[in-house]
Design a protein around this ligand. Structure first.
Ligand code: FES
Ligand code: FES
Length: 176
């Protein structure tokens, strides 16, 4: 068998076409209908099929948190999530956090505290922090560090990230 064919003489492209499945994802408030191979990750669906490249691919193995998005209110690593398994799910990416041009308090706090250097981990950090605050389990710096430990920052911006999350937490708690 040549490297470019599968059993039965099928070419990879024809397998992809015949195996493609329909899925509807509600992304940042809009229903998006896709027909994709069943092995397409949510990360690839967002980046390659919906052009939402704010969500980053780091390790692609669930180990760095760069691909974190909010799925039905919970933070998930989108590189380990199959898109077809999430039909009808509500997904928020970093592109969907601002409302009417106003940054989300976590986005604003990251800017205020210079909580990034290269910025590659930042969309995942921000989505994760939004959920962390909603979970209400972290109050101290140690608790923030522990519950954000799935989001790696290779630039080592951790002190600023923790400070930013503290600020956002206070801002969101102060809201009526
Ligand atoms: S790219 Fe998903 S956890 Fe690293
Ligand atoms: S800001 Fe560069 S990896 Fe976090």
């Amino acid at each position: 068998m040549s490297a470019s064919t599968f059993p039965g003489g099928l070419k990879p492209k024809s397998i992809t076409k015949s195996a493609a499945k329909p899925v509807t994802l509600n992304v940042n408030g809009q229903d998006r209908r896709l027909t994709i191979a069943p092995w397409t990750t949510l990360l690839d669906a967002l980046r390659d099929h919906l052009d939402l490249t704010g969500t980053k691919k780091g390790c692609d193995h669930g180990q760095c948190g760069a691909c974190t998005v909010i799925l039905d209110g919970r933070r998930v690593v989108s590189c380990l999530t199959l898109a077809v398994m999430k039909d009808g799910a509500k997904i928020t990416t970093v592109e969907g956090l601002a409302v009417d041009g106003a940054l989300h308090p976590v986005q604003q706090a990251f800017i205020d505290h210079d909580a990034f250097q290269c910025g590659y981990c930042t969309p995942g950090q921000i989505c994760s922090a939004v959920c962390l605050i909603a979970e209400g389990k972290a109050k101290t710096a140690d608790e923030i560090r522990e519950l954000m430990s799935g989001n790696i920052c290779r630039c080592g911006a951790y002190p600023n990230i923790v400070a930013a999350i503290h600020q956002a937490m206070a801002a969101m708690e102060a809201k009526p």
